[in-house]
Design a protein around this ligand. Structure first.
Ligand SMILES: Nc1ncnc2c1ncn2[C@@H]1O[C@H](COP(=O)(O)OP(=O)(O)OP(=O)(O)O)[C@@H](O)[C@H]1O
Ligand SMILES: [Mg+2]
Length: 489
């Protein structure tokens, strides 16, 4: 009789050896892969879902005999393929996820899991209204949706080595935010996200994802402190009014900044108490020059450099202007020096937090690319403090954070640990792996191993309203991906 997938169930193994309630081994009788879902019948609980955690090919082939094979001789030996299965559980009559309290029977069969059982036990629902469609359950045509309220309220982290697909999947998330009317602001150090305004292409091999190319040009607001590099962006500039002497010094690369603190503070105080509505760096420089103190020469030089970046103007951008309900604001920091980037990120994030507290901007998601630069684990960035505050208090005010980094170990743990939804792509650095596996709940040891081998386009996703970590084939983009590497040759 022919096997019909989805109708007949496909026997893939037989339970043997010591059988536990949370895991057991089975001898495989059909091809099986790690992370595949299987189902087993339990005496009292009925059908239970499991997942292949590890596969071993056991043989009795000795080294000597193996050498003979390599020389082309035929040698008889025995082999069995052993799959270690983690028990996921079943839904009881109230719909709660339960695991059996007694072990399965040795000698019982293990079957490839039916999509219906997978969906029911994992609790996957097609929630197009409040869910962000991020891809298909690995190996199946089951759509995975993340609960958007959970994403915004409890923060998100996207972790992978460089080139692992972080910006790509973040683009998917942002497309979903736009479709669901979620207001978003992205700190974009490489100027990658303006491509959300361009229609993408879906390859014929990706049709099963059901994604239609489109663009979101009408939902995108583009700002940058450097409008020469970032053509088409509106200028993002600040007034000097709310900047303290200490902050201004932090933006310069001046040595022994402390010696300049008092004269600079005096100059700012003087300008603040003058009847001028606004003042610029040029005015600060003038006041310092009028001191005729030669020791201030290097400070003046630094301020002149800062002046050239055009980050401070008499009429700054009001941060409220950056945000429009339901739209995505991209702050492109391409071409902006790192110290100025930190300042911009700090200013905007702080102002948004305050505006959000007062209800003057809608609930929103702040997306931070290259987060290890803006909230580092070691040392301080100008923006370190505000990200700690948003990570711990943002949820009360409907201000969500999405932290993206290639170095999980180098991001402030106080921030990363507050991200309840994690999208993990390929990671190989041992320190980063440790940082990730120690912070993800429900990750089996098999899954932790898989992180190092994930192919491009496959993510382990936890939180976001999902009951357990899932392997997800990330969906293709509707819009163009802006982060492609530059071809050198
Ligand atoms: N789900 C996917 N489907 C198809 N291609 C993908 C997918 N994810 C990533 N890619 C491809 O892999 C490459 C790297 O992806 P991406 O730019 O998102 O990496 P990244 O993790 O953001 O890297 P970096 O750390 O350098 O910013 C891109 O060229 C992209 O086209
Ligand atoms: Mg990237």
């Amino acid at each position: 009789m022919k096997f019909v997938p989805g109708v007949d169930i496909d026997e893939v193994g037989i339970i043997y050896g010591n059988v536990g309630t949370s895991s057991f081994d089975c001898s495989a009788v059909a091809p099986l892969e790690t992370m595949e879902y299987v189902q087993m019948k339990h005496d009292t609980c009925g059908w239970v879902l499991g997942q292949v955690d590890k596969i071993t090919r056991k043989t009795n082939l000795s080294v000597d005999k193996a050498r003979l094979i390599s020389k082309g001789q035929s040698v008889d030996f025995d082999e069995v393929i052993i799959a270690s299965v983690s028990v996921i559980g079943y839904r009881d009559e109230r719909g709660l996820l339960q695991t059996p309290r007694t072990p399965f029977r040795a000698g019982e069969s293990v079957y490839r899991a039916s999509e219906e059982l997978i969906k029911r036990v994992i609790g996957l629902k097609e929630d197009t209204e409040k869910g962000a469609y991020i891809g298909l359950l690995h190996g199946h045509d089951i759509r995975v949706y993340l609960d958007i309220n959970t994403l915004v309220q409890k923060h998100v982290s996207v972790l992978a080595k460089t080139g692992g697909g972080k910006s790509y999947v973040t683009g998917d998330l942002i497309e979903e935010f736009i479709k669901h009317g979620v207001t978003t602001l992205i700190f974009d150090p490489h100027g990658e996200y303006s491509s959300l305004a361009k229609k993408g292409k879906v390859h014929p091999s990706e049709e099963r994802f059901g994604v239609e190319p489109r663009d979101y040009g009408d939902k995108l607001l583009l700002f940058s402190p450097d409008t020469k590099v970032n053509r088409g962006a509106r200028p993002l500039q600040f007034t000097l009014r709310n900047i303290t002497a200490r902050e201004l010094l932090a933006m310069t690369s001046i040595k022994n900044a402390k010696t300049y603190l008092t004269p600079l503070r005096k100059a700012l105080d003087l300008l603040q108490s003058s009847d001028k509505e606004t003042y610029t760096l040029r005015d600060v420089i003038k006041v310092l020059e009028s001191d005729e103190d030669s020791a201030l020469g290097s400070l003046i030089g630094e301020l002149e450099y800062l002046q050239e970046t055009n980050i401070f103007t008499a009429q700054g951008t009001r941060v409220g202007e950056l945000i429009e309900e339901g739209k995505t604001t991209v702050i492109s920091l391409k071409g902006v020096p790192p110290d100025i980037q930190e300042l911009v990120v700090e200013r905007v994030a702080t102002a948004l937090f305050e505006l959000r507290k007062m209800g003057k901007v809608p609930p929103l998601m702040l997306v931070v690319e290259e987060a290890h630069n803006y909230c580092p684990q070691q040392g301080q960035a100008a923006s370190s403090k505000i990200f700690r505050t948003i990570a711990s208090e943002g949820r009360k005010f409907g201000l969500g954070l999405t932290i993206i980094t290639q170095r999980a170990a180098k991001v402030d743990k106080n921030v990363l640990s507050q991200c309840n939804t994690q999208i993990i792509l390929k990671v190989t650095n041992p320190n980063d792996l440790k940082a990730i596996t120690s912070s993800v709940e429900g990750l089996t040891s098999g899954m932790a191993d898989e992180i190092q081998r994930l192919p491009i386009g496959v993510a382990i996703v936890t939180g976001g309203g999902l009951g357990m970590p899932l392997f997800v084939e990330v969906r293709p983009r509707e819009t163009m991906h802006g982060g492609d590497a530059v071809e050198v040759v």
